[in-house]
Structure formats: C-alpha cells, structure tokens
Ligand binder design. Structure first.
Ligand SMILES: Cc1cc2nc3c(=O)[nH]c(=O)nc-3n(C[C@H](O)[C@H](O)[C@H](O)COP(=O)(O)OP(=O)(O)OC[C@H]3O[C@@H](n4cnc5c(N)ncnc54)[C@H](O)[C@@H]3O)c2cc1C
Length: 467
C-alpha cells in the first residue's frame, strides 16, 4: 500500500496515509475500491461515457453503517465527496474527480407493504427494480421513464414520469426518507419528523446528506393504454401546435412526451408518446383526438403493462455512448420556438440526438410551489436537449449544437432549469441555484445551514448554506 493524494473540499490536495486508509477499509462491511484495484475502472464509470473522472476512493457501501462510516471519514479528512445512486446524472455529479465516492450501487433492496400500499427502497435502487417489486402487487408510484436510472437522484430532484398526471412527481409520493447528514447522524425526515429536511429533499437534490432509503406511497396501476405516434418531420409544426392544445385540456389519467427523432432508416420524425393510466375504454376516448390528428407514419398505442410502459423508451439512450444535455422549462409553445427546434434538429450533427418534451403532469402542476422544494410547478414541460454520439473526439460539435439551441430557445422558456437536466457544472445556466430552485432557493439555503453548514455535500447541486 502507498499513501494517496486526494482532493479536499477546499480545492487543495492532501495526503491520506496508508494506515488511515486501511483502518477505513476495515471499518466497512462493503468494499473500498482504490485506483490499483482491478475493478476500479468499472467502478468509476457511469452511464454517460462522456464523463471520465478518477476518484481516489470509492466506498461501495453495504448498508447504513457503512454510509455513516464513509460520511465521518470524508468529514474528518476534509475530502471532496460525491454520492452515487443510480449513476445516471448527465454531468457526472455522482463522481468526485480526485476525491471519494460514497457508492450506493449495492444498496438496492426493496420492501413492499401491499396492504399499506407503500414501498421502502434503498438509496441505490434503480427504477426497473422498484417497478418490478411493486408491480408484483399491481402497485406503482411515479418514476422516471428509463428503467436504468436511479431512484436516488431522480426523486431528490423532483422526478417526472408517466404517472405524473394523476400522482404528481416522484417526490410528491414520498412519505419519508432516512438520511445520513454531514454530522454522520441518521435522521428520518417526514411530515412529522424533521419536516424542514423532508421539505428540502423533495426537489432540492442531493444537497442535504446521503439518503439511505426512500418510502413511497404506492397506487394501484394495472394495464395502461400507451405508446408512440410517429409523424414525418414535415408535419412537426402542426403536430406540436396540436400537441400543446391537447396537453392543455387532458384528464389527469394522461401524461405525455414529444420528441424529435430519426428512425433507424434515417427518416427524421416528430413523435408523441402518450400514456393513459385508467380503464382502457376511457383511455381510447381520451387519446382519440391525438390519434386522429394528422397523417402519422405509425401509431403504436395499445394496452400494455406498467412495466412495459417503463421500458418503452429505454432503447433511445443506450449505455456506453457520449451524452451532453441542457434543459429549459416551458409553459407555452409559441410558433417561433417550434420553428427554431425544427430548424436546429435538421442540422443536428448526430442522427441519435433527441430533443424531448417531458410533461410534468396535471397533478404535479397543482401542488403549491411552497409545499416542496421543487421550484417550477407552473411549467407544463421540461424540454431536454439530449445530444448523443459515439466518438469522444467529436464532443465539441455536439456540445456546441446543444448550447446554441438552448440559447436560441431561452427567450421562450420560463427561465427555469430542471436540476436533474443540467449541463456540465451547470455551464451557461446563469445562476444555477436560482434557475433550478426559483422561489424556494432561500429556504433551501437555510435548511442547508442546519444540516450541512460546511457544505460537505457540495458536489451535488449548488445549494450553499446561508452566510
Ligand atoms: C436515460 C435517462 C432518462 C431519464 N429520465 C428521466 C425521467 O423520466 N424523469 C426525470 O425526472 N428525470 C429523468 N432523468 C434525469 C435523472 O433524474 C437524473 O439523471 C438523475 O440524476 C439520475 O439519478 P441517479 O441516482 O441515477 O444519478 P446519480 O448520478 O447517481 O446521482 C445524481 C445526483 O443525485 C445525488 N444522489 C443520488 N442518489 C442519492 C442518494 N441516495 N442520496 C443523496 N444523493 C443522491 C448524487 O450525489 C448526484 O449529485 C433521466 C436521466 C437519464 C440519463
């Protein structure tokens, strides 16, 4: 063994001695992974191959005791620390370059209470796992639309999904969380216990500690009517104008998305994805206007299980590709913004690139903005500009295309950004904390002061303690 040079929270480099590292390793039930270990390269990688960071220590925790140990070790040694849930942050906030990763990958157990209709899931669980366990009882909660993303980052930032019209965001379905805060204490946060912390973790991101488990309210969710309707790009303007009309008056059972995408044969298209969560006959009526509009290339809408719905768009974002993205919230969809999108999409440097409107959903929109930390209840859509490519040498052109489109659309957006869809280090998002948390930023900063006054969890999403 040798001493290791590590990044500190002050931005300096310090040396961790062999004895301290070995003592830390001995105190963990899980694994301590170091650069010399054969699994190190796999362990440091995340879903976005564009992120190539080299942490010095990866503490792959086996349970709450390990998380407490890791938080105490990081604090005692002033280490730059990050928390890894499902490893799907686009800008790689879960990997601290030169510092320590508190890795929750192995903490993924789920326990469903089918009578009380709740589920407790550990902080490193992925949506595909949670959905599988809850669907065994015909239950579900609002979750992300990709089965491989983590419940951790997604829920803490808000969490939009197909059930959002009826049940709100993922964070709206939280009943409680267990969190190891910066002082190494395990705290439960719920409406009754530590309510300020409970408020903050519902949309405030991973700024307040390591969430070791989430308890969700579940709902009965059985067969849904869902799928994609794909139109040629020359109908895109009319389709999106109609889409915006449709989303303005739809029932709570519906939630939607709309994307620009190229078919495997290269045909450029615009697609609307719709999901009706309720009786199929009612769904047929609710989705009929959408299905009767325009001249689609294909209408794939049909009855499917919730788990099928949750895998519907997985293939669009494969592993081991390069990704860069930025986002805007929109309330309206003016013609000028649609024109800009169509024009830029035609010039996209990659055929895999995917601008995607994700609707928050009626129930998500109805929650008063001060009730949770999620700061953008009045936005109808989150527009995510996702660039996807394979050759790391081409990054510059794809990043530029994304930034140019983001800038061109800025005048039509609300000015807010989704904390879970920021670019590298929030580049170009202006004052990221304000853009992401809007009117709730001040209160978030006060909660930060209570639970993380030295900003140990600074690698997350930019909430600073009050001075
Ligand atoms: C393919 C794809 C599809 C997506 N679809 C959706 C979608 O449908 N709806 C939506 O709302 N978002 C969606 N997102 C965005 C998603 O919410 C974020 O990427 C989110 O950060 C992923 O969480 P994670 O735990 O996988 O990521 P990680 O990279 O592990 O973590 C992201 C951030 O959250 C923190 N964090 C994670 N877990 C914990 C924890 N247990 N305790 C404390 N902090 C934690 C990390 O420290 C990090 O800063 C999608 C992303 C991708 C890549």
């Amino acid at each position: 063994m040798v001493d290791l040079q590590v990044a500190t929270i002050a931005g300096t480099i310090s040396v961790l001695g062999d004895a301290a590292i070995e003592e830390f390793r001995g105190n963990l039930r899980g694994q301590l992974i170091l650069p010399a270990d054969h699994i190190y390269n796999d362990a440091r990688k995340i879903w976005n191959a564009n992120i190539d960071k080299h942490p010095v220590l990866i503490a792959r925790c086996a349970g709450v005791a390990d998380v407490i140990e890791a938080v105490n070790f990081a604090r005692a040694n002033d280490l730059l620390v990050s928390v890894r849930g499902g490893g799907h942050s686009f800008p790689g906030t879960s990997v601290a370059d030169g510092g320590m990763v508190i890795d929750l990958t192995d903490m993924n157990s789920v326990r469903v209470d089918p009578v009380g209709r709740t589920a407790r899931a550990e902080g490193g669980t992925k949506w595909g796992v949670l959905d599988r366990e809850t669907q065994a009882f015909g239950l579900a909660t609002t979750g992300g639309t990709n089965s491989d993303t983590g419940i951790g980052g997604l829920t803490l930032g808000g969490g939009m999904g197909w059930l959002g019209g009826k049940y709100g965001l993922a964070c709206d379905n939280l009943i409680s969380v267990d969190v190891v805060t910066a002082d190494g204490q395990l705290r439960t946060a719920s409406a009754a216990e530590n309510p300020d912390l409970f408020w903050a973790v519902r949309g405030g991101g991973g700024n307040f500690g390591v969430v070791t488990s989430f308890v969700y309210q579940l709902h009965q969710v059985e067969t849904l009517l869902a799928g994609m309707i794909v139109y040629p790009l020359d109908q895109a303007k009319d389709v999106l104008k109609f889409y915006h009309e449709f989303t303005g008056s739809m029932p709570d059972e519906v939630n939607t998305g709309a994307a620009f995408l190229n078919l495997p044969d290269g045909t450029p298209t615009v697609a609307v994805v719709a999901c009706y969560n309720g009786p199929i006959e009612e769904g047929e009526k609710a989705l009929r206007p959408l299905r009767e509009f325009g001249s689609p290339i294909v209408d794939q809408i049909g009855p499917m299980s919730y788990q099928e719905v949750q895998h519907l768009v997985d293939a669009a974002t494969p592993d081991d590709h390069q990704y860069y993205e930025k986002s805007h919230y929109f309330k309206d969809l003016p013609d000028e913004a649609i024109d800009i999108l169509i024009d830029h999409f035609k010039k996209a440097p990659s055929s895999m690139t995917l601008p995607f409107f994700q609707q928050l959903g009626n129930a998500a929109n109805r929650v008063p903005v001060a009730d949770t930390a999620f700061g953008h209840r009045d936005a109808r859509y989150n527009l995510i500009l996702i660039s996807i490519w394979e050759d790391p040498g081409e990054s510059e052109i794809h990043v530029k295309w994304t930034r140019d489109l983001w800038t061109a659309l800025e005048p039509y957006s609300t000015g807010g950004v989704y904390i879970n869809n920021i670019g590298w280090d929030g580049d170009g998002d202006g004052d990221l904390a304000l853009a992401a948390f809007g009117p709730n930023y001040r209160r978030l900063s006060e909660v930060k002061n209570t639970y993380d006054p030295t900003n140990l969890f600074r690698h997350n999403q930019n909430i600073k303690p009050t001075a």
